[in-house]
Design a protein around this ligand. Structure first.
Ligand SMILES: *Cc1c(COP(=O)(O)O)cnc(C)c1O
Ligand SMILES: [Zn+2]
Length: 441
């Protein structure tokens, strides 16, 4: 059986393109495109046959199927030659039982999916392996592509630069000057990208990169590009696989440009269509109050998106006021009985710190998700026995200045309730002993 996928307009006007065409929007109606799969062909294997295949490939070294993304290749990008896959064995991130944090907040079955335990430290690797592989195949087929380019709040450019470097393809990244963490800025620099720091915000960078990529020899790698979502949707497959093919009750996910939540939904819907699961989880989208256009639209019943100027937030990767995948996300939230909630700077920073006290090392975006989780539990929307999975989108080590600022008590708009600064002492036995006795009874 040959499996096939193609790009199709999400507004249902019927326009289709090959995944190897350089096109990011419907040329007929201007809608976004999504990758669609020939699900009739995919039904040639039974649900249990797919499960067995996926289990067998998990973490093997058989190229490229040991990757969490490429282990599901038939469901992700079946037309790619294995020789053109650009992978660093992303995915298969740990999903762990956050027992102590759960108990503290009144949940028996709280889990955290650590998508930041990945090659460049965020879930963006999942999408970039697919996009860069498609570009490599286009180049192999003679398409005149000079470079890949993106606008980024930090993690997208880190992933793009790494995968492009692995493939030997030049990359160009547009970053808002002074608005990404040092770790995020240095990653594309280290991987040899052309790094352009612009005096604007993310939305400003996004506008310019769209103009730049009207030149079809520079391929756009932002998440309006549907290929990214094909890789990112594998997080849904992984979660279900990690629970022995059971579906959790809730997924809480921090959102900005709204690509990742759309991808998450896409993954669940495909599993349902192919019969691997029979129900869907509910989805809670978590936004920073400083960048909350989805939250505001949710409160109006999703009548329209009113773009906002995103204010500075510690959750810098979601400081986005005009989310590209709004239409996709609204469809997802309708299918998953979704809710949207927001978190202030104080709430996100303290939620991250509280989680850290139970052994995590939460980045500020995961802090947004955890703060929203607390609210949903407090108001009874999520109940005690529900199985809840929080998507942790990046590694805390990418956000050292956030951690330092929190524990020094110097973050704007944040009262550090769980701060734990070092105790400075002379090199003296008595002083040390007293300090220990004071702190630990
Ligand atoms: C990109 C990113 C998000 C948001 O994902 P969207 O697809 O833009 O909604 C959240 N957290 C982190 C750490 C990210 O890098
Ligand atoms: Zn269309």
């Amino acid at each position: 059986m040959t499996y096939r996928s193609w790009l199709e307009c999400i507004r249902g006007c019927g326009e289709r393109h090959s995944i190897f065409d350089v096109v990011y929007r419907c040329e007929r109606c201007g809608g976004l495109l999504d990758v669609e799969h020939d699900t009739t062909a995919l039904k040639d294997r039974s649900p249990s046959a797919w499960m067995q295949l996926f289990e067998r490939r998990t973490r093997t070294t058989e190229w490229p199927y040991g990757s969490g993304v490429w282990g599901k290749k038939e469901w992700v990008s079946p037309e790619i030659d294995n020789d053109n896959v650009v992978s660093m064995y992303e995915g298969h991130t740990n999903c762990f039982w956050a027992e102590r944090l759960g108990r503290e907040i009144g949940l028996e079955d709280l889990w955290v999916k650590l998508c930041g335990n990945s090659h460049t430290g965020s879930f963006k690797d999942l999408g970039m392996t697919v996009l860069v592989s498609v570009v490599r195949q286009m180049i192999a087929n003679g398409k005149p592509i000079r470079a890949v380019a993106c606008a980024s709040t930090g993690d997208t450019s880190a992933a793009l630069a790494a995968y492009a470097a692995a493939a030997g393809i030049p990359s160009v990244v547009l970053l808002p000057k002074g608005k990404v963490s040092t770790a995020q800025l240095i990653q594309p620099i280290a991987n040899g990208a052309l790094v352009l720091a612009l005096d604007t915000d993310f939305d400003g960078c996004m506008r310019i990169v769209q103009q730049i990529t009207e030149d079809k020899s520079i391929y756009l790698a932002n998440s309006m590009n549907a290929l990214r979502m094909e890789g990112q949707k594998t997080v849904a497959f992984e979660i279900v696989q990690q629970f022995d093919w059971q579906v959790p009750d809730w997924i809480v996910i921090p959102v900005g440009n709204l690509g990742n939540v759309s991808a998450l939904g896409k993954g669940f819907l495909l599993m349902k269509e192919l019969g691997l699961i029979s129900k869907l989880p509910r989805i809670a989208c978590a936004q920073a109050a400083h960048a909350n256009p989805l939250y505001l639209s949710y409160q109006q019943g999703f009548q329209e998106l009113v773009p906002v100027t995103a204010k500075k937030t510690l959750a810098s990767a979601i400081q986005i006021g005009d989310p590209v995948s709004y239409e996709r996300a609204v469809k997802t939230l309708a299918a998953f009985n979704g809710v949207v909630e927001q978190a202030t700077e104080d709430e996100l920073a303290n939620a991250a710190a509280r989680a850290d006290r139970t052994g995590m090392y939460a980045d500020p975006h995961t802090g947004v998700a955890l703060a929203v989780l607390l609210k949903l539990v407090d108001r009874g929307e999520i109940s005690r026995a529900d199985r809840v999975v929080v998507i942790s989108t990046a590694h805390g080590l990418k956000f050292t200045a956030f951690k330092v600022g929190y524990h020094e008590g110097t973050l704007d708009d944040v009262a550090s309730r769980h701060k734990n600064p070092p105790v400075e002492l002379p090199a003296d036995y008595d002083a040390v002993q007293h300090a220990i006795d004071d702190a630990i009874r």
